[in-house]
Ligand binder design. Structure first.
Ligand code: 1HN
Length: 344
């Protein structure tokens, strides 16, 4: 009689262990692991024309009551089952017509709005009224109540960024409607703004800071162009920091602007964070791995983790401004952030 060989013995062991919810190190397949982080997220470009047409059609056929929020979401073709832009961070575009109101709710996903088209509507965040202008960034950190009201007399479109796929993969997603149809306004973001930076009112304490005004942001961006050398990988890079902690925009999200002067090119690099870009002003090209994305204002694209990438403003006269959202704070806080220069 033939005695069973080693591999039969191992298979029998594997089978017996599987029945007991056990597994062996030899079953992990470690030899197939790579020596760099591998992502399933694909580089992808979304054109403004497609987003805009979908938003306008949604404006005709989707009511606020039906949708809760009238947003069109960017879906990564490689993540169809997740319905998300990347494995950690997500972009949507939201369209609110005049006279419309999106009722208050809160969730564990952190979010922000970056205003693209229109002004005068407002988001109320934990009772703080934030009146929108183009280029403003308004934060709705995790579990902050937020509702949107457009009484401006014209439609408005903004970009929503969220960490929803990350929160979902940590199995921490929850969603709660507010008991009222609208939050009561207790203060405005203008009142809060004077408690930050220089020249504070006597005795003022810093309240929750949610609203970065474009007028301030753009002034700082121009001052940076005047006063400092560009970052070799990101151009003139302005990060939205938390003014109280000096830390990232929110614990899971870093928002930033990259300005590229006419003709400016950056050098290639790669990092373990994933970034979604939105072309806010001007036009240019980005090289992401094997892809070349030619973008102009309104377009969005994804740079998945560890993909070498660089940006070019090929124009002769117009500056280009890329707004970006990254999951770098998550990787930094876990000790997983790495970065290196890389040709592309
Ligand atoms: C959300 O709550 C908003 O409050 C926007 O405006 C986009 C995308 C996914 C999940 C929740 C909002 C969202 C969202």
């Amino acid at each position: 009689m033939k005695s069973p060989n080693i591999s039969d013995n191992v298979e029998a062991l594997n089978r017996d262990m599987a029945n007991k919810n056990l597994g062996g190190h030899w079953q992990l397949g470690l030899e197939s692991y790579l020596s760099y982080p591998e992502t399933t997220v694909q580089p992808c470009l979304w054109k403004w024309k497609d987003v805009y047409e979908s938003l306008m059609r949604a404006g005709e056929v989707v009511s606020m009551e039906e949708a809760e929020r009238r947003t069109v979401r960017l879906l990564n073709p490689a993540l169809r089952d997740r319905q998300a832009t990347t494995h950690t961070i997500h972009f949507s575009f939201q369209y609110v017509k005049t006279g419309e109101h999106a009722r208050p709710h809160r969730h564990t996903a952190a979010a922000f709005r970056f205003i693209l088209n229109g002004s005068g509507a407002y988001t109320t965040v934990n009772g703080q009224k934030c009146v929108m202008e183009e280029g403003d960034l308004i934060l709705t950190p995790q579990l902050s109540w937020h509702d949107h009201t457009n009484d401006s007399g014209k439609p408005i479109i903004w970009l929503d960024g969220l960490d929803i796929p990350l929160v979902q993969s940590l199995q921490q997603l929850l969603f709660e409607p507010h008991p009222e149809n609208a939050q009561r306004v207790e203060k405005t973001s203008e009142e809060v703004a004077i408690s930050y930076g220089h020249g504070r009112p006597a005795g003022a304490s810093a309240a929750e800071f949610f609203h970065y005004k474009w007028s301030d942001t753009y002034r700082r961006l121009n001052a940076l162009v005047e006063a400092a050398a560009p970052d070799r990988f990101d151009g003139y890079l302005l990060e939205y920091r938390n003014p109280t902690t000096e830390g990232p925009t929110m614990p899971t999200i870093q928002c930033a602007l990259s300005l590229l002067r006419p003709g400016q090119e950056t050098q290639g690099h790669r990092h373990t964070s994933t970034v979604i870009y939105h072309a806010f002003r001007g036009s240019g090209s980005s090289f992401v791995g094997e892809e070349r994305f030619d973008w102009k204002a309104g377009d969005s694209f994804v740079v998945p983790l560890w993909y070498p990438h660089r940006h070019v403003n090929g124009g002769a006269s117009e500056e280009a401004i890329l707004f970006s959202m990254s999951d770098a704070p998550v990787l930094r806080s876990l000790g997983l952030y790495r970065e290196e220069s890389a040709g592309v």
